[in-house]
Design a protein around this ligand. Structure first.
Ligand code: HEM
Length: 387
């Protein structure tokens, strides 16, 4: 069903909780702030055994923080939070993105640029420098393509999936060699950098350290999906360009939140019922899947009046609440919520402002975003011609 109906599958079931099946397993789909609190309570839902192998083999890697529960999760997550939530670290990453954008965009005037691919390379360059990972000369395009491929192929059975597996295999081998080098002293990386911190975690095998380092680098490069959506929004609603130019940092941040709410990216998150549970009068069998419908909640008209209208103003007067806007999961970041959310919003706001300031035109192309393709992406990957 997921592969056939894409993002509309869970919202299409109507009321919540909605009994369904996922890859042959019984599942119950939930949405709404109460459901977020229910879902992130470890007395109800746990992650062990929940992520299907095709997702671990492409998107997250095996043994990743996403699959841990309880004390094991808590300890591993603390490493991510310390690296990713600290404002000074986020600022340094934003500065790297600025520098990489400047270097790349100097080559754009007079050329056609495929924004999805170009931003993937900019983000790869920036996050690798920030993390203390030195890429061998000439490898940036290949590494960026591999990191995007891992995301692009997690929810399909076709060639995109096999490309994703090969990409993960290649990059895990590279990163594992780097981790081993840091440990035996043959690779020198800046002290306190993400690479240094993750590689030196005594509790992680070299393979798991590589997986987790990639779980910082790969999703940062995935911000390129939101860059493509940002450019799509600027094309679809041209008035937003002036609003961004006039609105300063506050408007750019609201715009970033609205892009994360409006456009389809992560469809849902899932875990296993710890026990036989009841939610909203519906029984959830022990061991069955519980799904938090991200796309459905971000378009729920009880939370977002006129949800299919693109309106950054929604977020001008208020920051979103912990359990209402959930493109990167909900609840407390100490639980499973994405630890990269501050980074994502910061980079998106920065790039939205840069795109609004860039002098470019959008030549004729197919910018359709199919809700059947997970992850969704404008078909043309957004080609711009920079003047
Ligand atoms: C591109 C935009 C991003 C999206 C749409 C996104 C989405 C998500 C989602 C849906 C989850 C699962 C939440 C859950 O299981 O409840 C997650 C977890 C995670 N994300 Fe992100 N994310 C993004 C960017 C980032 C960035 C920039 C980083 C790191 C720099 C990051 C690192 C992680 C990690 C390590 C987890 C696992 C957390 C845990 O299980 O405790 N993500 N993300």
């Amino acid at each position: 069903m997921m592969l056939l109906n894409g993002y509309s599958w869970l919202p299409g079931l109507g009321r919540t909780p909605a009994p369904t099946r996922l890859l042959g397993v019984r599942a119950t789909a939930l949405r709404g702030p109460d459901a977020v609190r229910f879902f992130y309570d470890e007395r109800h839902v746990r992650r062990h055994g929940a992520l299907p192998e095709p997702v671990r083999g492409t998107l997250t890697g095996k043994g990743a923080v996403h699959t841990l529960d309880g004390e094991d999760h808590h300890r591993r997550k603390a490493m991510f939070l310390a690296l990713l939530k600290e404002p000074a670290h986020i600022k340094r990453l934003a500065d790297e993105v600025d520098a990489a954008w400047d270097a790349a965009s100097a080559r754009w005037p007079g050329r056609k640029v495929i924004l999805f691919e170009e931003s993937g390379r900019i983000l790869t360059d920036a996050v690798c420098r920030w993390a203390g990972v030195q890429l061998p000369p000439g490898t940036l395009p290949r590494v960026a393509a591999d990191l995007q491929a891992m995301v692009d192929g997690f929810a399909t059975g076709g060639p995109r999936h096999w490309r994703a597996r090969r990409a993960r295999g290649r990059q895990e081998r590279q990163f594992q060699a780097l981790v081993s080098g840091v440990r035996d002293g043959s690779a020198v990386v800046p002290q306190g950098s993400a690479c240094d911190v993750v590689a030196r975690q005594p509790s992680l095998s070299p393979r798991t350290a590589a997986v987790e380092l990639l779980n910082i680098i790969r999703p940062t490069v995935a911000v390129s999906w939101f860059v493509a959506f940002t450019a799509h929004a600027l094309w679809r609603w041209p008035g937003q360009r002036q609003a961004l130019r006039d609105g300063g940092a506050e408007y750019a941040r609201a715009f970033a939140h609205e892009v994360r709410r409006f456009y389809p990216f992560a469809p849902f998150v899932g875990g296993r019922a710890v026990d036989t549970l009841t939610y909203g009068g519906v029984e959830i069998p022990k061991g069955s899947m519980v799904l938090l419908d991200i796309y459905g909640q971000n378009h729920d008209n009880l939370l977002w009046p006129d949800p299919y209208r693109f309106a950054p103003q929604r977020f001008l007067e208020r920051e979103p609440g912990q359990d209402d806007l959930i493109p990167q999961g909900g609840g407390d970041p100490a639980l499973h919520r994405c630890p990269g959310e501050d980074i994502t919003v910061t980079l998106m706001a920065q790039i939205a402002a840069r795109l609004a300031a860039l002098d470019y035109e959008v030549p004729p192309q197919d910018l359709e975003i199919s809700l059947r393709r997970i992850p969704a992406l404008p078909r043309s990957r957004v080609v711009i011609r920079v003047r």
